[in-house]
Structure formats: structure tokens, C-alpha cells
Design a protein around this ligand. Structure first.
Ligand code: AMP
Ligand code: MG
Length: 333
């Protein structure tokens, strides 16, 4: 529900620009609400929606007949081209982020109740046992055949929306649609520019009030993905537990990070890194950015510090009602 509010928000914000889209589709998919607005035909919008729904049918861990569902059930599966492609890209990103992204954390996500919403705090020995059946490096992908260790279960939830955004942009390119904004529930593809030549403005949710945004980035040809502790969480014993797991401990990430927005040319990369940088926290995120520099990020912490890479700062505008402490990150300091 929280994501729904956030999605609506972005759209209200965007429609404030005074343009009406030529075609749009709104639907529920990948456990979130999506809205596609393109300057193309109704058929183009329907094609994009159908592709996202088809991908969901391949990736969903909760559907036993999907590629990932079959792999989780049988420990091995022959995969479709797209699942093999996403799995291969994901494994690379798991390695590149030092395991901050780990697509094998599903049994842990389940144990905390984030799948069936029966939230609970698992005991230490239960978590230690579960940790033994996680580890992306135990996943084997050979061509289109995947194999996992016994007890392992994969979850592409941290990357699937980004990959779907990439595929949606591919369809737009194939169909000659040069302008549009695709909001896949927190992962937003800003394709081309608005018809008046301006960049798209993508709002970033206020974690305290998801019906508002604390700022926006002006982008063109970029995919903007946000991971936030406010998206899904529960409280127990006065403590808040969020849905992003630190794969090293098996516990919800608790490092002072509240939300991370990543801007890059690749949806898969933006989505994967928004999750991974959240787990790394500000020090790890800065270090990671300095050694890659092919993306920009904005990180809000629980002390009201808003950390922005210099490239992100150049496209960012803070809403006047907010007074976060801006901290610009440069390549050298
Ligand atoms: P996102 O909203 O893109 O940050 O993805 C979060 C979702 O990915 C969670 O709901 C889990 O299903 C899964 N997840 C949680 N922690 C991790 C992690 N460290 N690495 C990969 N996937 C994760
Ligand atoms: Mg993600």
C-alpha cells in the first residue's frame, strides 16, 4: 500500500507539468503498482504491459511454475533466455557488491515474515541455520541451466523491476516510441524527454510521509530506482525491522540508512545498486561509487543527512518544505 501511495505521488507530480500522455496503462505487477505513460499508441503501451507481466511470470519466486519457482522447488531448472540473462547479470552484481546484494536471501526474507506478512523475529540458531543455505556463490549457471545447493531459494525481487524497465525501454525503441515515463513501483524509467524538450522530473518519496516527496531529479534516458526502509517493515519490541536484509547477518539492515536512490542508464543496475548500497550504508556506498562512477546516488540517513554524489546533486531539487543537511560527495574527498 505504501508503494501505491508513492507511485501515485510521482504521477501527480509529473502530470503537474501540464502534459497529457498519448497512452497509458496502470496495473498491479511484481507485488507493486505500475503506471506507464508514453507518447505512443495504445498498442505500444499494451505491448509494454504485456512484456512486464510475462517477465513477472518467469521471475516470481512465489509462483511454483515460474522459472525461479521451479528452480527453488527442484534445485535445478532449465531457464528461459530472460531468466538466464537476469540471473547471470545478478550473479555478477552480487559479486561486484561484495555480497551486499545476494539473490539467495529468500529463506531469510521468508523467516522474518516478509513474504506471508506473518512478521516475526527469528532466533539466532534459526538464522544461523538459514545462513548456511544462502550464498550467491553456491548458485551455478551454465548456459541456461541453473543449479542450487539443497535448501537454497532465490529471490529476484531486488532486481526484477529494473530488468523489466530495461526490457520495456527496448520495446519502446523497437516500436519507435521516443518519449515516456514508466513507473514500475519505485523504479522509474525516464525515456527521452518531455515533448517540450525538458527533462523528466522524478519525485523521491518522503519516508516519513509517503504521500509527499522531499525532492526530485531531472533526468532523461535514465532509470531511477529507490530502495527504502519505509517500503515494507514491521515493529516488534519497540524496534523497526525493514525488508532489506544484510546477507552477512541474516537480519534486516540497521545501519542508519533510510532510503537510497540510484540513477543510471541500466534499470537492472539501478535496481540492484539501490538495494546493495542500502545494505552497505553511507561509508560503503561512497567507496563503491568512487570505484565505479557509472551511476549517481542519493542516500537519506536517519540523522536527516542527504548524501548526494556530485552528478546527482546537479539534477536534484529539494522541495522547499524540507531542510535536510545536504552532503555532496565528490570523487576525491
Ligand atoms: P528493493 O525493493 O529493490 O530494494 O528489493 C528488496 C527486495 O529484495 C526484498 O523485498 C527482498 O525480497 C529482496 N532482498 C532483501 N534483501 C536483499 C539483499 N540483500 N539482496 C538481494 N535481495 C534482497
Ligand atoms: Mg532493488
Amino acid at each position: 500500500m505504501k508503494k501505491f501511495i508513492c507511485v501515485l505521488l510521482c504521477l501527480v507530480f509529473l502530470s503537474g507539468c501540464g502534459y497529457s500522455s498519448a497512452a497509458s496503462e496502470s496495473f498491479e505487477c511484481m507485488d507493486t503498482f505500475m503506471k506507464i505513460d508514453i507518447y505512443g499508441s495504445a498498442d505500444d503501451a499494451a505491448d509494454i504491459r504485456a512484456e512486464i507481466e510475462r517477465l513477472n511470470g518467469l521471475f516470481s519466486a512465489q509462483d511454483e511454475s515460474s522459472d525461479i519457482g521451479r528452480l527453488n522447488k527442484n534445485g535445478t531448472a532449465d531457464l528461459s533466455d530472460e531468466t538466464a540473462d537476469l540471473l547471470s547479470q545478478s550473479l555478477e552484481l552480487c559479486g561486484e557488491t561484495g555480497g551486499a546484494l545476494d539473490i539467495s536471501v529468500y529463506p531469510i526474507v521468508e523467516a522474518w515474515g516478509f513474504i506471508d506478512r506473518n512478521y516475526r523475529v527469528p532466533g539466532e540458531s534459526e538464522l544461523n541455520t538459514l545462513l548456511q543455505s544462502t550464498g550467491y556463490n553456491k548458485i551455478e549457471l551454465s548456459g541456461k541451466t541453473a543449479k542450487t545447493d539443497s535448501g537454497m531459494k532465490l529471490d529476484l525481487g531486488a532486481v526484477a523491476k529494473g530488468y523489466a524497465a530495461d526490457k520495456a525501454v527496448e520495446i519502446m525503441n523497437e516500436n519507435g516510441v521516443t518519449s515516456g515515463i514508466l513507473n514500475l513501483g519505485g523504479t522509474v524509467a525516464a525515456v527521452g524527454e518531455k515533448p517540450n524538450g525538458e527533462k523528466w522530473r522524478v519525485g523521491i518519496c518522503d519516508p516519513e510521509n509517503t504521500a509527499a516527496y522531499f525532492g526530485s531529479v531531472s533526468v532523461s534516458g535514465r532509470i531511477v530506482a529507490t530502495s527504502g526502509s519505509y517500503e515494507r517493515y514491521f515493529e516488534s519490541g519497540g524496534k523497526r525491522y525493514c525488508h532489506i536484509i544484510d546477507p552477512k547477518t541474516g537480519c534486516p539492515t540497521d545501519n542508519g540508512t533510510v532510503s537510497v536512490t540510484v540513477i543510471s542508464e541500466s534499470g537492472t543496475r539501478s535496481d540492484a545498486l539501490s538495494t546493495a548500497l542500502f545494505v552497505m550504508g553511507i561509508d560503503g556506498a561512497k567507496k563503491y561509487w568512487r570505484s565505479h562512477r557509472d551511476f549517481e546516488f542519493i542516500l537519506l540517513d536517519d540523522k536527516n543527512n542527504l548524501w548526494l554524489t556530485d552528478g546527482a546533486e546537479a539534477s536534484f531539487k529539494m522541495n522547499k518544505d524540507y531542510d535536510y543537511n545536504l552532503k555532496v560527495i565528490t570523487a576525491s574527498d
